[in-house]
Design a protein around this ligand. Structure first.
Ligand SMILES: Nc1nc2c(c(=O)[nH]1)N[C@H]1C(S)=C(S)[C@@H](COP(=O)(O)O)O[C@H]1N2
Ligand SMILES: [Mo]
Length: 445
């Protein structure tokens, strides 16, 4: 026992002595420690699950911030988070490699799905704490419990909002995913840091006592419950084990792996969609043909009718030295370029297609845009946060960045953005605006 722990114990003993004997509520049901009888519970198991989760949370946090950076939240119309538009980053999101956002966002979603079984197992392992009596022993104890409450609350909230966003259950709930997810992530990271400071010594002690990996070597016949005297999570009255600790860990790890594999099907590679059982956009989008790949929001959902992109449609270039209006034939008469580029959505899916159209850089030159200008792209779609996006100078300047008119050799389908859509390498899917009607260059930055 460390000096600090000893001190803590002395203090709490003293507190116990000072407190008048509380009228002990009758120990009933789950409020009795004996109620919880699994011989698996103990600080080692909880610490092991906690350690298993750490890499997933580290990946999710890092890639979450990268996604925020990729959205260029400080730029023009890009703040979707209701005020959280600070540019926290000291770098411009690059356009190279073209699959960068696909990689980081896939990892984000994979890590989030894969951690779910481990989090559930860890919560199961500490459930007696929820019924701890007395609920609050001291100021320090109440603060610790509050931080755990925040940690558990935000981690569940982050995973639930992430999953419902991926699964398209969000719209009916009528709240905005990004701000909720961002702000919860901030609270979560704070609570996690505090939790680590408070619990690392406990976990380290449990690993020293039990051997960090020793219980993994024990089958059900050799497994013993830990001593409830030294381990406040151990059951004082354990029943016979029905599974070993390593058996439970294998099941949890297997579940986690299965979720990771399934989630990666429509993700990283964008190609093994048969295993993407949990992705509503895992399969295809429209009628068979060159436009048969997933559609995020259909034209109908966006309120865009084919007639709006008909013969009367003009692309309006604004903000340069000259206002230019182009019809679709005018665009087709410009130099055409073909690029194979992914659309990588924040939801985690990726789809690689072959796009043909004009370079954004050529449009900037045509309009006489200033060097270093950024670009507000607006859609025929009248309402909704995704009707517009602002692109940074490096994104306009990349020669693979297109205003696409065709996909896979044929005119864009209406659902994929006819008459014209943006496609920029390594750009989050949401900024690849469909049904473009107007492009406004800013003054030079
Ligand atoms: N105007 C407009 N453009 C949009 C959207 C939208 O809702 N409206 N959705 C965006 C999102 S979130 C993604 S992931 C991509 C998906 O493109 P796709 O539907 O062609 O696959 O389009 C983007 N462009
Ligand atoms: Mo998206």
């Amino acid at each position: 026992m460390s000096r600090l722990e000893k001190l803590g114990e002395l203090v709490s003993e003293e507190e116990d002595a000072r407190r008048p004997p509380a009228p002990d509520p009758p120990g009933i049901g789950p409020f009795r420690r004996e109620f919880w009888r699994s011989p698996l519970r103990g600080q080692w198991l909880t610490s092991f699950f906690g350690s298993m989760m750490l890499p997933f949370f580290a990946i999710a946090a890092l890639t979450g911030f990268l996604s925020h950076a990729a959205y260029n939240p400080g730029l023009g119309a890009n703040d979707l988070s209701g005020g959280f538009d600070v540019d926290l980053y000291f770098f411009d999101w690059p356009t190279q490699p073209v699959w960068l956002y696909s990689l980081t966002q896939s990892l984000h979603v994979i890590a989030g799905f894969a951690v779910i079984p481990i989090l559930l197992a860890k919560l199961w392992s500490v459930i007696p704490r929820l019924f701890e009596r007395p609920p609050v022993r001291s100021l320090a104890h109440s603060l610790e419990r509050l931080s755990v409450l925040l940690l558990v609350g935000t981690s569940i909230f982050l995973l639930v909002t992430g999953v419902i966003n991926v699964e398209y259950w969000l719209a009916p709930l009528g709240f905005s995913f990004l701000p909720a997810h961002y702000y919860a992530a901030m609270v979560f990271l704070g609570a996690l840091a505090l939790h680590l400071v408070l619990k690392l010594p406990v976990a380290a002690a449990a690993f020293r006592r039990e051997g960090a990996f020793r219980p993994l070597g024990e089958g059900i016949d050799r497994m013993r419950a830990t001593d409830p005297e030294v381990d406040d999570l151990a059951s004082p009255d354990p029943h016979e084990p029905t599974i070993s600790r390593r058996g439970l860990i294998a099941i949890v790890g297997g579940g986690s792996l299965a979720l990771a594999v399934m989630t990666s099907g429509s993700n990283l590679l964008g190609s093994v969609r048969e295993i993407a059982l949990l992705s509503p956009r895992g399969q295809t989008g429209g009628p068979a043909g060159p436009g048969d790949f997933q559609v995020n929001k259909t034209a109908e959902q966006a309120g865009v009718a084919r007639a709006m992109g008909g013969p009367g449609w003009r692309l309006k270039l604004r903000g340069g030295s000259e206002d230019v209006d182009l019809d679709r034939d005018g665009l087709l008469a410009m130099q055409q370029h073909t690029e194979r580029l992914p659309i990588a959505c924040v939801e985690g899916w990726t789809t690689w297609q072959t796009w043909t159209g004009v370079r954004l850089a050529d449009l900037a030159a045509l309009a006489g845009a200033a060097d270093g200008a950024n670009l507000l792209v607006e859609s025929l779609q009248e309402a909704g946060a995704f009707r517009q996006a602002t692109l940074a100078a490096n994104q306009i300047g990349d020669e693979r960045s297109l205003l696409a008119l065709k996909v896979n050799g044929e005119d864009l389908t209406l659902d994929h953005g006819f008459p014209a859509r943006v496609i920029v390498p390594a750009l989050p899917g949401v900024h690849n605006t469909k049904w473009v009607s107007r492009m406004t260059f800013s003054e030079a930055a």
